[in-house]
Design a protein. Structure first.
Length: 359
């Protein structure tokens, strides 16, 4: 018997389909889930801001020391500025717009893994060669999640990076739920610490370095001191020195609804408060609010991002499951068919038939 030519064709095509299925599932799909080298996206937030009134502070006008809450908006852009293999330099640029039209910028650049967005430690040489010149002034080493959870985020063990204190803060899992048709994990962050950001500290360079104890007593009497500090200060004020060193602290309270498949924060509600602090029994205790910024993801952004994630999820399901399975099944069918049809029978001649009959 000789080999059928069509069987060879079926075998080659079947093997090619199986290889293609594996390539899509294990090569093409992982590359699609990496942080894109040309990422450029933005998101809008809405909220309010109140701050210390410097004129009232200078005049000891305690009744008008803190401004009323002002409506604000914030636009946050995220871009990948450079890549080296699976390492990316990402810049987060937030612009807060105040009611009078003035703006405040907050820019940070990080080195992260393109696979799971975890922090990457760079050597001095890598910092020099990989970080673009425009990002060097805003680059900072960090710990925790700077902009997005990894895909299929775990419930526990997540740290959220706070650029004000330059520390990783625990994101505590609360529960799971549904938001705009997407399954989400809900987390909360409640953390505080001394301000470590040079850019933020520079805002208070003209602030006094010390407070007389009498000023603290006046703040207590006027009800300016944060509620959580009142009891501690009232109990310890008589024993404090007449002049107190000032520090600067931050409190960050946030809730996040994070997409269970992609790890993207769909909805964020955050209150970032900054205070002047004094040392009491070895701890920094807030005595004077400096600013309170409350921001939440705009409703339209939540809807738009949920829709985009749903489309991306459908695309990944096709590429990651249905297309590879379909190609693999079709390839196996071709291979089996080729095996069944591998050899064709040799035709029987009349002479051969006659010899068989004689036997």
């Amino acid at each position: 018997m000789s080999i059928r030519r069509s069987s060879i064709v079926l075998l080659v095509v079947g093997l090619a389909l199986v290889v293609a299925a594996g390539g899509i599932r294990f090569v093409a799909l992982p590359s699609l889930t990496k942080l894109p080298a040309d990422l450029s996206q933005s998101q809008k937030y809405e909220g309010t801001m109140s701050a210390l009134n410097p004129q009232a502070f200078a005049a000891n006008d305690l009744a008008n020391l803190i401004t009323p809450e002002m409506p604000i908006t914030a636009d946050r852009s995220l871009s990948v500025d450079a890549t080296d293999g699976d390492t990316a330099i990402v810049t987060s640029n937030t612009t807060i717009t105040l009611p009078d039209g003035s703006t405040q910028k907050d820019v940070h650049s990080y080195a992260v893994s393109r696979v799971d967005y975890t922090p990457i430690s760079l050597t001095d040489e890598q910092k020099e060669t990989l970080i673009p010149a425009d990002d060097k002034a805003t680059f900072e080493d960090h710990e925790g999640i700077a902009f997005s959870f990894p895909m299929e985020p775990a419930e526990d063990g997540n740290l959220l990076y706070d650029s004000v204190t330059r520390s990783g803060q625990a994101a505590t899992f609360v529960d799971s739920g549904t938001l705009e048709g997407r399954e989400v994990n809900n987390y909360e962050v409640n953390a505080s610490g001394p301000i470590a950001s040079p850019a933020v500290l520079a805002q208070f360079k003209d602030f006094p370095s010390q407070f007389p104890k009498a000023v603290v007593a006046g703040l207590l009497q006027a009800g300016v001191v944060p509620d959580e500090s009142r009891a501690v200060l009232q109990d310890n004020l008589p024993n404090l020195p007449d002049v107190l060193d000032l520090g600067f602290g931050s409190a960050n309270a946030a809730t996040l609804a994070v997409d269970q498949r992609f790890g993207a924060p769909l909805d964020v509600n955050q209150t970032q408060s900054m205070y002047a602090t004094i040392p009491v029994n070895g701890e920094d205790v807030p005595v004077l609010p400096l600013s309170t910024v409350k921001l939440h993801t705009a409703d339209s952004e939540v809807t738009a991002l949920a829709g985009e994630l749903s489309k991306n999820g459908s695309l990944l399901s096709v590429l990651g499951v249905w297309l590879p399975v379909g190609l693999a099944v079709l390839g196996v069918l071709f291979i089996v068919t080729a095996a069944i049809r591998w050899r064709k029978p040799t035709s029987v001649t009349p002479a051969s038939t006659e010899q068989v009959a004689r036997v």
